[in-house]
Design a protein around this ligand. Structure first.
Ligand SMILES: NC(=O)c1ccc[n+]([C@@H]2O[C@H](COP(=O)([O-])OP(=O)(O)OC[C@H]3O[C@@H](n4cnc5c(N)ncnc54)[C@H](OP(=O)(O)O)[C@@H]3O)[C@@H](O)[C@H]2O)c1
Length: 319
């Protein structure tokens, strides 16, 4: 592979930036782009066109950088009212999302962090567990990309979080604190709203009730950004339509686990998934479609058939 010149890098960045604006518009999230009153229609720049079913598809002959971006995000730019729930974790090669003490800044590199901000821009609501708020004090906004910040949803069944956390105070986006019905605080923390959820003994907060309650507020595209406990519970509840795992070339050693699922005795019973794989700098993003309509799973032979091609771009779809 030849040396990439500065001019080629600039052209790739420019086409990716333009493709991103088209994707935002296709997702109906373009209104906050760059101060424009009316978002440009997704077709305007020639990046996307309508397919026979009225959905969006990529135009042929896009520059590679735009192509990679469009193929990753286009499945999330749907017009359907059903929406989606995507879980994401950034983990080390040894399966940890943070050190034992909770340090997770940063497991994955800048390209994956940019991806997180893009996912926030595409979703209606971003969901995190109380452990993430305690350790990271995140803002969960779209500071790095054009696009609106989503509603921020925090799962805090016992109402244990302090009101000082940034997302309760900064008013950068609407924020909802979800507690168990029996633990409902009398006053919401900072500017947050309260959402009381039913519980069950095994899994804690009823996540199906959460998804229904958010849908009733028009929030149907949900991004579950962590941590491991929260994403695992969404996965175990069968509520994820996609799972995204970014693997960084990092060994943490006895850190906080990523996915933690019930035990499987026989490998034949394990869930084997058909991935799309995207390169993000030094990290690899596994994008796994879990929706039953697409079959989600495959067998080992099919998996082996997908060869990992030589990755030339910043972000590249392989399968
Ligand atoms: N690398 C990454 O992708 C990434 C992303 C986010 C966070 N992190 C790191 O991961 C660590 C936090 O992850 P974590 O797995 O320990 O915690 P977490 O998933 O952020 O939060 C777990 C807590 O959230 C509450 N919760 C979540 N789902 C619930 C449900 N269905 N029912 C009831 N309660 C629920 C519970 O609170 P209670 O404990 O009060 O019961 C639970 O203990 C931090 O170190 C953070 O820095 C890494």
């Amino acid at each position: 592979m030849g040396v990439v010149t500065q001019a080629e890098q600039d052209a790739a960045a420019e086409s990716a930036a333009a493709a991103w604006l088209a994707l935002l518009a296709a997702a109906g999230r373009g209104t906050a782009v760059a101060g424009t009153a009316e978002p440009a229609p997704p077709e305007a720049a020639g990046w996307l066109c309508r397919d026979a079913d009225g959905g969006w598809q990529m135009r042929p002959s896009l520059p590679q950088a735009a192509r990679d971006l469009v193929s990753l995000y286009l499945p999330l730019c749907t017009d359907d009212a059903d929406g989606w729930v995507v879980g994401h974790l950034g983990q080390s090669l040894d399966g940890c999302i943070a050190t034992h003490g909770g340090d997770s800044c940063f497991v994955t590199g800048p390209d994956n962090i940019l991806h997180l901000h893009r996912m926030r821009a595409l979703c209606h609501a971003v969901i995190v567990g109380a452990g993430t708020v305690v350790n990271d004090d995140p803002r969960l906004t779209t500071r790095l990309v054009p696009g609106p910040s989503p509603v921020r949803v925090v799962l805090d069944p016992r109402g244990r979080l302090a009101t000082e956390h940034r997302l309760f105070q900064d008013e950068a986006a609407p924020t909802l604190l979800c507690t168990a019905e029996h633990a409902q605080p009398t006053t919401p923390p900072g500017a947050a709203g309260l959402l009381a959820l039913p519980t069950d003994d095994d899994t804690g907060l009823r996540l199906d009730a959460l998804v229904t309650a958010l849908a009733a507020r028009g929030l149907t595209r949900l991004f579950v950004e962590g941590g491991g406990v929260t994403v695992s519970r969404f996965l175990a509840a069968g509520l994820l339509s996609r799972l995204q795992i970014a693997v960084a070339p990092l060994l943490i050693g006895q850190g906080r686990p990523g996915l933690s699922l019930p035990r499987t005795e026989r490998l034949a019973d394990a869930l084997r998934l058909a991935p799309r794989i995207f390169r993000m700098g030094a990290d690899m993003l596994y994008d796994l479609d879990l929706s039953p309509a697409d079959g989600g799973c495959t067998d080992g032979a099919e998996m082996a058939a997908g060869a990992l091609a030589d990755a030339g771009g910043v972000l590249m779809r392989v399968l």
